[in-house]
Design a protein around this ligand. Sequence first.
Ligand SMILES: [Zn+2]
Length: 449
Amino acid sequence: MFVGSTDTKPEAATAIATIAAGVDQLSSAEFDTTDATHTASLIAGLERECRRLQAAQVELLAAVERSGVHSTDGHFSAKIMIRHHAQLSGAEAAQRQRVQRALRDLPEIAHAYRSGQIGTCQVRLISKVWSNPRVRAALPLCEQEFLFAATNLEFPDLDLFCRDWVEAVDADGAHSSAERQWRRRDIRLPQDFNGSWKLDGRLTSIDGARFNEILTSLTDAERLADIAAAQAEHGDDWRNHLARTSSQLRYDAFIKLVLSPPSGSAAAGVVTNIVIDQQSFDEQLAALCGAEPEPVIPDRIATAILSGARYCHTADGTWVNPSEVVAEALAGHVRRVVINSRGVVTDVGRRQRLFSGSPRLAAMLQSVRCYWHGCWAPASKCDIDHLVPHRDGGETTCENGKSACRFHNLLKESGYRARRRPDGTIEIIRPDGVPIPTHTSHWQQARAG
Ligand SMILES: [Zn+2]
């Protein structure tokens, strides 16, 4: 090996030895977590190097495949050689291979992975999109948009982006998947030898979303009852005296739901709000009426989703299939909410009531979860917060309203401030005047790979 020579690349074993020395140093070092900004950069810094190492694992798989060295020892494929020597689970090896194949078609995303700008969670999700053969050819056309989404969005929002895009680009697949889900709908209740029962089944995307909301609201009612009982008996120490675990609460809520008449239960008051843009709704409606679908332009769809012009989900961000939504809205089972291109709610509901009264619902439906960086509390669990508080001249408008969970709403009372940047994103400023770092600020400063 001629490390000094400019034409010869050093062998990777040398680099691995250098990494080992660095990791040794890291294991004996101490994490200084006294300052939040410093800690955030530690988290991001370590994550970035882990991402780059995981990208290197994928490249090693590609190199084995290219060289064919796996056949020397009788391994059927590169994946199996790697699975064996790295002691991977079958699922992990398959994930790695899928990422490797997807990245062959997506050089810019591969580069961003190698430089640590996007992570393994993001790359695996994009590979899952790629593995759908009906959208694979369209994916490289939208690589820029996927790269932007993977770098800038929180993971649940990237997930929604991918589902929306696949649904739009793979209209046949989504339609037939809705049909397939409907055909395969099933609830089973096999009994075990010990006499207990196992509930098993498969719900369609929209029935599942509705069931989930009803069960969640009933579970919350059970939990509040437990909290009230514990507070009455134990005062401030109530947290250590809750009668039931979350699983038990969910079970009790479910049994109440099944055994009690629905009209008398809390479930009767639950309205599932489906947020869908006008164009998607109209397209699906036209399709139901037998109209010829418009041609699909994948990168235009990706841009529309990223700019917030195209979506279909519940108020909490659970993805639902638009063709099901239209059918259910016609049947009056869900409440449709239409949002215009500027993200303002214009129409709520199947009763054709024009939206005018409730800024709370409008602000809630504009975002699927708490606006605080890193918080995934769903919108239905949030209050509406004034970004700029009343006392500082903040108005009660949709622009100034944002969903915030109770915890983060209260934090605003202890010196934190939030403001909307010109690009529409939100900046949160600590009491000491320093903005809270976000994942976006870390990855946009990623080193060139
Ligand atoms: Zn929150």
